[in-house]
Write a new protein. Structure first.
Lengths: 390, 424
């Protein structure tokens, strides 16, 4: 009387009824769970009724055509990997909830992709009795989405990997790599141009090997870390309001991961001056030329490299002192002048730090005792004027 | 006989047909010849321009000469190649045009010819490449420069800052000089320019003295100028930088070293600070300037009523955070991004057309009351954005790009101009 499929839903309905009664009785019929279990009873009973009515959707034995061509009569689709991917996404979500927001977002993204892919796969494999047509239908729907996204991810991975390689490579290895890569590309381009009918498979193989090589190099470089002089720049203070105040104090050391290193690379490529602490005094070289002060144009962004060659055990930092407008409660500048001190982090002997300055006021604005200057805290003799013309 | 008219008619018809066919084949040639003639005529006429201060073919200094030495043979070779290609294409078009002949046998490739046609351009380009690379390296070498000027671009004017460096001290610069619009340099001297920008990308170019170099915010690019003789050299920002890009001009004034020394000496002087109880027209203008203009414009030496230095705060009012320092406005010949003449036409002609041995003396005279282009200066104070398009809508912090209409009264304008005339 009851087809096989309906027994499952009838059993689940019975379990839901039992749960509903027991849970309701002990919870005094006054909780959300009662509503949920009641809803489950209704839904499961409805599904049981549908399955009984359709007799488990069995194709009649006498309908030979339907038995052979109906989607339901086709062999079961192959196993899908998407549930596994979905599980991975679920795992990432859980990890992300307790660790890092990025895992959470990534997990949701993986879950979403798995859901869409699995749904379309499940639908397309039953779209008709023709497996080839089903594959074409799937491609028609998903390829316009998959191709650009996969292309962007692939390109992004290669670019990112390449950037990791370059951040790891020093000034000898970096250009050598560029030259070698350019030579290889030229060589293979020449070989292919010389052939009348270049093999697509060979071209694809070379590109794949090249891409995998860059990815592998990128992974290794990322794991090994950026070259030392870049990683040191990771101590530069960030420009958040809290850290600005912290920076202004030039007090307690603030350290952070080396994520800022890439950002400082551009600044380091355009240095206006090098300030070196040597034998207890500061030496300035502006664009390679010695100077007796640090000259900064008003309102310009100026990058200064500080080198600690003092030969002391104690780490030293470079500080710059100048005046700037105060800020009102709405964040707008006022005409009141405030003394500002910015500095690098303290670095050991032989190390290098970057200091980026934007000085809005001319040095002539400074009253006595608040002269603009650069100095090394703790070394009284290490002080030079900071000149900002009006 | 009766058929004659018909025959004539047919002959005429035939002749007409032939004529029209001939004219159809000839007309395109006539048109082509006319077009080429017109273009050649235009090119010829354009090459005859005399008043072309930014002519890239008239180098006036060592660096520009190096560029010229490179570009002339390159243009010559390119011209010869261009003419040969045009002749070859014309010959092929004429010789093998469709006249109903059978299609010739089709062949693929002619290795000897292809190799020759590859080797010839390779040799030409490689030769040009070698000389170009050498010129680039020469122009990038700033080690021998004897003077340094920091050049900063902002919408829409150039600032020149002469820092106190050991090299500049040899020229008498013991105190930073900040000026705008006109770069003053000594002749026969390699002047190192350190170019940057306070807002968007600009590009500095004085064609008679060197090639162009971009001024990029957050970066400093080195360039160098050298003028052989005293002169008044024109330039133009060559990177589109906003509404008044076309009005962002620059001039380089090359002076003989002794005259340059006089200019340096003058530029390091502070302006006169008038007493608060002084009732002279200049003092009235001084106070009017301080009240209306000194929020943005710095005049070194100006004092507040309490005797403290008046410090402009352009960073509060202008997006770039800087406006021209006017301490020696009347020692310049132009204002507002070097776009407008401070000198009236007669005095301007006298300066621009001066012989090189007289230019320095004329330039150092500055702008006196007889030469002042007062009408244009007053017009600028009356409504600056009307003369030079500038963004009048303030940003989120209430800062502007360029000088706004200050709503000054005629009396204030008159008074301020009177004071400005003292800034020499």
């Amino acid at each position: 009387m009851f087809p096989t499929g309906s027994k499952l839903f009838l059993g689940l309905t019975g379990a839901a009824v039992a749960g509903f009664v027991v849970f309701g009785f002990f919870q005094e019929w006054n909780t959300v769970g009662v509503v949920g279990l009641g809803s489950a009873i209704v839904v499961l009973a409805f599904l049981a009724g549908v399955v009984i009515y359709t007799r488990d959707a069995d194709v009649a034995a006498g309908d030979a055509t339907a038995a052979a061509s109906a989607p339901a009569a086709q062999p079961a689709p192959s196993n899908s990997l998407w549930p596994l991917v979905g599980a991975l996404g679920g795992g990432l979500v859980v990890v992300g909830l307790v660790t890092d927001k990025r895992f959470l977002v990534g997990g949701f993204a993986v879950l979403f992709v798995a859901l869409v892919e699995w749904m379309v796969q499940g639908w397309s494999e039953r779209a008709s009795g023709d497996a080839k047509y089903n594959r074409a239908v799937r491609g028609f729907i998903l390829h316009p989405l998959e191709m650009p996204i996969l292309g962007a991810i692939g390109l992004g991975a290669i670019i990112f990997s390449f950037s990791r390689i370059m951040l790891k490579s020093d000034h000898v290895v970096g250009p050598s790599l560029f030259i070698a890569l350019a030579a290889l590309i030229t060589f293979f381009g020449f070989v292919f141009a010389a052939k009348r009918r270049p093999s697509k498979a060979v071209a694809a193989g070379i590109c794949t090997i090249g891409a995998l090589g860059i990815l592998a190099g990128g992974i290794w470089s990322a794991a090994a870390g950026e070259r030392p002089e870049l990683a040191e720049e990771g101590h530069i203070f960030r420009d958040t309001p809290e850290e600005k105040s912290e920076r202004s104090k030039c007090g307690e050391e603030v350290t952070e991961a080396d994520e800022k290193a890439s950002g400082s690379l551009a600044s380091k490529s355009s240095i206006s001056a090098e300030v070196t602490l040597r034998d207890g005094v500061l030496e300035v070289r502006e664009f390679g030329r010695p100077a007796d002060r640090l000259h900064v144009a008003r309102g310009n962004t100026v990058n200064v490299i500080f080198k600690n060659e003092g030969g002391e055990e104690e780490p030293r930092r470079l500080a710059a002192q100048y005046l700037a407008n105060g800020v009102d409660e709405n964040g707008k500048p006022t005409t009141d002048l405030q003394q500002v001190t910015v500095c690098t982090n303290a670095i050991e002997d032989g190390k290098v730090q970057l200091l980026t300055l934007v000085v809005p006021k001319p040095s002539v604005a400074a009253p006595e005792g608040k002269e603009f200057k650069i100095f090394v805290p703790g070394v009284e003799t290490a002080e030079l004027p900071l000149e900002v013309p009006a | 006989m009766s058929s004659l008219p018909d025959m004539n008619h047919e002959d005429h018809a035939m002749n007409d047909h032939e004529e029209s066919a001939v004219s159809r084949t000839k007309r395109p040639w006539r048109r082509a010849v006319s077009a080429v003639g017109l273009l050649a005529g235009m090119a010829f006429l354009a090459s005859c321009s005399k008043n072309s201060p930014q002519d890239t073919w008239k180098p006036k200094g060592e660096n520009a000469q190096k560029i010229d030495d490179l570009q002339r043979p390159v243009f010559l070779v390119a011209g010869i190649v261009g003419v040969l290609v045009v002749i070859a294409v014309g010959y092929a078009v004429m010789r093998f045009r469709d006249r109903g002949q059978p299609i010739p046998k089709q062949t693929h490739g002619k290795p000897a010819l292809e190799i020759v046609l590859t080797i010839i351009p390779f040799v030409i380009l490689a030769t040009i490449g070698v000389f170009t690379a050498r010129s680039i390296v020469d122009l990038a070498d700033t080690d021998g420069c004897e003077m340094t000027v920091n050049v900063t671009g902002q919408q829409w004017w150039w600032e020149y800052d002469y820092p106190v460096t050991p090299a500049n001290q040899k020229w008498g610069i013991e105190k930073p000089i900040v000026t705008s619009g006109e770069l003053v340099i000594p002749t026969g001297t390699c002047v190192l320019l350190r170019e940057t920008s306070r807002d968007v990308i600009h590009s500095y170019w004085i064609p008679a003295l060197n090639g162009k170099k971009d001024a990029v915010p957050g970066r400093v690019h080195e360039n160098k100028l050298q003028a052989d003789k005293p002169g008044y050299y024109s330039g133009q920002c060559t990177e589109f930088c906003g509404l008044s890009h076309a009005n962002m001009r620059q001039w380089a004034i090359a002076l003989d070293p002794p005259e340059f020394a006089k200019w340096v000496e003058n530029q390091q002087r502070d302006a006169v600070a008038y007493a608060e109880d002084d009732t002279s027209p200049e003092a009235e203008g001084y106070r009017a300037f301080r009240q209306n203009c000194s929020r943005c414009h710095q005049v070194n030496g100006m004092q507040n009523a309490d005797g403290t230095p008046t410090i402009a705060a352009p960073e509060n009012n202008i997006v770039a955070g800087a406006v021209p320092n006017l301490t020696h406005l009347m020692s310049r010949s132009r204002f507002a991004g070097a776009t407008f003449q401070l000198l009236n036409n007669d005095c301007n002609d006298r300066l621009v057309k001066a012989a090189s041995d007289q230019l320095g003396a004329i330039y150092l005279e500055g702008v006196d009351s007889k030469c002042l282009n007062r009408q244009q200066l007053e017009q600028w104070l009356r409504n600056a954005p009307e003369m030079k398009p500038m963004y009048v809508k303030p940003d989120e912090q209430g800062r502007l790009r360029g000088m706004p209409n200050l709503g000054l009264s005629e009396a204030q304008i008159d008074s301020i101009v009177t004071y400005l005339q003292t800034l020499k």
